[in-house]
Design a protein around this ligand. Structure first.
Ligand SMILES: Nc1ncnc2c1ncn2[C@@H]1O[C@H](COP(=O)(O)OP(=O)(O)O)[C@@H](O)[C@H]1O
Ligand SMILES: [Mg+2]
Length: 306
């Protein structure tokens, strides 16, 4: 029998592609909810509600960009636009210099929930992310390499219900990487995990990025996670009305952009990071004592505005 055909798609997590992502004047509005109690003849839901406006940014190939902002400010919307899952109302996106039109095979998306198929094994779930034209042998080799990368080799044949939440999320990350994406879009990927598992997943993501330095856009509401993982952090919010943090009237835009100094992994307790943390928390509307403006004094950082 002839040897297996050479893989059409590069296999192995070390073979990497990473693309620049360019956002040019991105705006997104959604139709306002219809007024159910409006009088006949009155205008129903005519005005569009702006969520994002004037978002311009270039993410460099291989860069890890964290997108921070209060709940509902448009973080997921921006990420969905980057993945072609949603269209901007204005502006355009380019990936690797070419315009994005619809769902793009160059991007892979990971969500807060692992979204694994319960009837498939962990390995078979990871294989779902493989590119269509990959050969069987190359596909199997790539799944095995990814399972090893995320520490799930001995759980390859388990069903999702038989593994922990952290393991399921690792499998989900491996599935997103299976296509060897040039851009990895992660929407609060560790948000549903307990604090310790979350820290371990952050380390794992750093290992994954070191092994295959793809471009990563990471949506998070966790300032420390952003400081630990990102090369650069953008904060989305309203820049014209400090009390309107989610940008409700005009839409959110980039109100802070900062480069995180130092190589990874970073010292979580460093004074330099503490200064940046203070700035970002202030940008999120939380003062130095961990209290949110306009919120009961007992509210502490971990519970607001997440
Ligand atoms: N498909 C949609 N239709 C209408 N409104 C939407 C849609 N998607 C998001 N929104 C609204 O846009 C705002 C931003 O949502 P989202 O991007 O999910 O925020 P975040 O991820 O920052 O919490 C929210 O007010 C949300 O209700
Ligand atoms: Mg979101």
């Amino acid at each position: 029998m002839a040897p297996a055909a050479p893989p059409v798609h590069r296999a192995g997590p070390a073979d990497n592609t990473s693309f620049a992502v360019e956002f040019a004047d991105i705006g997104r509005s959604f139709a306002a909810k219809p007024q159910h109690n409006s009088q006949p003849g009155s205008q129903r839901g005519a005005a569009a509600r702006p969520v994002l406006r004037d978002v311009s940014l270039t993410v460099q190939p291989g860069e890890v960009l964290a997108i921070l902002g209060t709940s509902g400010c448009g973080k997921s919307t921006l990420l969905r636009i980057a993945g072609g899952l949603d269209e901007p109302s204005t502006g355009s996106i380019r990936i690797d210099g070419s315009p994005l039109n619809g769902i793009d095979a160059r991007c892979a998306v990971g969500f807060q929930e692992p979204r694994l198929l319960p009837w498939r094994t962990i390995a078979a779930n990871v294989a779902l992310g493989l590119p269509h034209r990959i050969g069987r042998a190359a596909g199997n080799a790539r799944v095995a390499a990814l399972l090893e990368l995320v520490g799930l080799t001995s759980f390859a044949d388990h069903r999702p219900r038989a593994v922990s939440g952290g393991m399921a999320q690792r499998a989900s990350l491996a599935r997103a990487l299976a296509r060897n994406p040039g851009v990895l879009l992660l929407d609060e990927p560790f948000g549903a995990l307990d604090a310790l598992t979350r820290l371990k997943m952050q380390d794992l993501l750093l290992d994954v990025h070191a092994a295959a330095p793809t471009t990563i856009l990471l949506v998070t509401h966790d300032v420390d996670e952003a400081l630990q993982l990102a090369d650069r952090i953008i904060l989305l919010g309203a820049d014209d009305d400090a009390d309107d943090m989610a940008g409700g009237r005009t839409g959110a835009t980039i109100v802070q952009e900062l480069t995180v100094p130092g190589g990874r992994p970073r010292d979580r307790g460093s004074a330099e990071l503490a200064e940046l943390r203070g700035r970002l928390l202030a940008g999120l509307g939380i003062d130095r004592h961990g209290q949110a403006r306009g919120v009961a004094a007992t509210t502490t950082i971990p519970h607001f505005p997440y």
